[in-house]
Design a protein around this ligand. Structure first.
Ligand SMILES: Cc1cc2nc3c(=O)[nH]c(=O)nc-3n(C[C@H](O)[C@H](O)[C@H](O)COP(=O)(O)O)c2cc1C
Length: 339
């Protein structure tokens, strides 16, 4: 039994995480133009596993080449991705760290220039971006199927869990938000329909005991946009397909004013946890170990994720344990630095 909740193990379905600390997905803009992993990724992810995070969620990994945010994103749209991912996952798991891939499609927020980009409608993100093509019904089925194939490859590579990127104004979020989904067909009348089809498709490729996470933007920060209550209403019909909601915010519109402060997204996570009665992960400036611990202790979240702080300090969990006077095991090779 641990003194802190932060270092208490947590089980979802058949997967136990050794603590409640996740590395948030962060684009590294370091892949080649085929979306393939490089040495940078191997060092970057393995370092945080050595630093003792309980789980790593990879950066946004594209299901189609036109679905990349940039032409240096990771991709998983071809079978030759499986082997390099498999090697990376084994490298991370060797440190008792669980690894999941964030499965993503950028939609209208793709900055790819050599292919047309797609979205629920023809609205540009801003004038620096391509005008997207509106996805027709059969084209939507192609994209849904690409999510399924991407997850099939991730599972073949040996992931412990899957995260679908439904946040930050990327394709899934473009269907969910009323600010970007102006369609008049079924996908406009039911803004969660695209997400539901994606979740059903990917579920068919996931072993029963493997957790499926969904990252969402709970707040659009603009009138007429999604807010946490509205998002809960959208997630209600699909919640049986999800094992955890990873609660972020923003990114749908370029002009949304976001005020960031320590724990700025915790209240959104709490609402979603209470309303949907699903486990949630909170993220967003939770760098202080005391704040991270309190977020778990007061029932706002079940897990916490750290982004930028882990870029500054890959060994954050080792420091946090010391600060909270928690006993955790250090990597054998680093034992002499422990005290
Ligand atoms: C360099 C960088 C890249 C990011 N890339 C992604 C991404 O690929 N997918 C995603 O969902 N969020 C991405 N994010 C957002 C982070 O996952 C996280 O939600 C955000 O940084 C807030 O957490 P923090 O205050 O702990 O950094 C990125 C953030 C940074 C700083």
């Amino acid at each position: 039994m641990k003194k802190t909740m932060l270092f208490e193990p947590y089980t979802i379905k058949g997967v136990t995480f050794k603590n409640r600390i996740a590395m948030a997905p962060m684009c590294q803009y370091s892949a080649d133009t085929e979306g393939s992993l490089q040495d940078w990724h191997r060092v970057h992810y393995a370092s945080r596993a050595v630093g003792q995070v309980g789980m790593i969620i990879t950066e946004a990994t594209a299901v189609e080449s036109r679905g990349r945010i940039s032409n240096k994103d990771l991709g998983i749209w071809h079978d030759s991705c499986v082997k390099p991912f498999s090697e990376l996952i084994k490298q991370v798991q060797a440190h008792q760290c669980r690894m999941g891939i964030q499965i993503a499609h950028a939609g209208r927020k793709s900055t790819i220039l050599d292919e047309p980009i797609v979205a629920p409608g023809r609205m540009q993100f801003n004038d620096q971006y391509q005008v997207p093509q509106e996805l027709s019904f059969p084209e939507i089925q192609v994209v849904v199927s690409a999510f399924g194939q991407a997850v099939r490859r991730a599972v073949a590579a040996g992931v412990d869990f899957i995260e679908i990127h439904g946040a930050h104004g990327y394709l899934v979020n473009q269907f969910l938000s009323p600010l970007t989904n102006k369609r008049t067909d079924d996908y406009g009348q039911d803004r969660s329909l695209f997400l539901k089809e994606v979740l059903e498709e990917v579920t068919a490729h996931i072993p029963r005991q493997m957790p499926l996470f969904l990252r969402v933007s709970a707040e659009d920060y603009l009138p007429g946009g999604n807010h946490p209550q509205e998002l809960c209403r959208l997630l209600e019909p699909v919640k049986h397909l999800i094992d955890l909601v990873h609660v972020s915010s923003g990114g749908v519109m370029d002009n949304a004013p976001i005020k960031m402060f320590p724990g700025y997204q915790v209240s959104f996570a709490k609402i979603i946890r209470q309303q949907l009665k699903l486990p949630v992960m909170s993220v967003g400036m939770l760098d202080s170990p005391e704040l991270a611990e309190e977020t778990l202790r007061n029932g706002s979240a079940d897990l916490i994720a750290l982004g930028r702080e882990l870029l500054r300090n890959p060994y954050w969990p080792l420091h946090a344990a010391k600060r909270l006077e928690e006993e955790i095991s250090w990597p054998e090779a680093y034992q002499r630095a422990k005290n």
